[in-house]
Write a protein that binds this ligand. Structure first.
Ligand SMILES: [Zn+2]
Length: 80
């Protein structure tokens, strides 16, 4: 599957699986706000751009990626 940064458009492709999702969030540093994902670079500068609106924690971000994967599976004829 592929996740996309909602800020700069950077993407990150990986095979969906618990270990790889954890890696994207904890090791690489992907984060989220609402249903939007942010790459490690944009996550780092988020606080400067969005004062008083903290990013969601790792657990929420994992939930966003899981949901994205479930949605992509429901789209027929499209392999992510
Ligand atoms: Zn970004």
């Amino acid at each position: 599957m592929k996740i996309l940064c909602s800020c700069c458009g950077a993407d990150y492709e990986f095979r969906y699986g618990a270990g790889n999702v954890l890696c994207a969030v904890y090791t690489q540093g992907w984060s989220s706000y609402g249903a939007a994902l942010y790459c490690p670079k944009c996550s780092k500068t988020w606080d400067e751009r969005n004062r008083g609106r903290p990013l969601a924690g790792p657990e929420s971000t994992i939930g966003v990626i899981d949901e994205l994967y479930r949605r992509s599976r429901r789209t027929r004829g499209k392999c992510l």
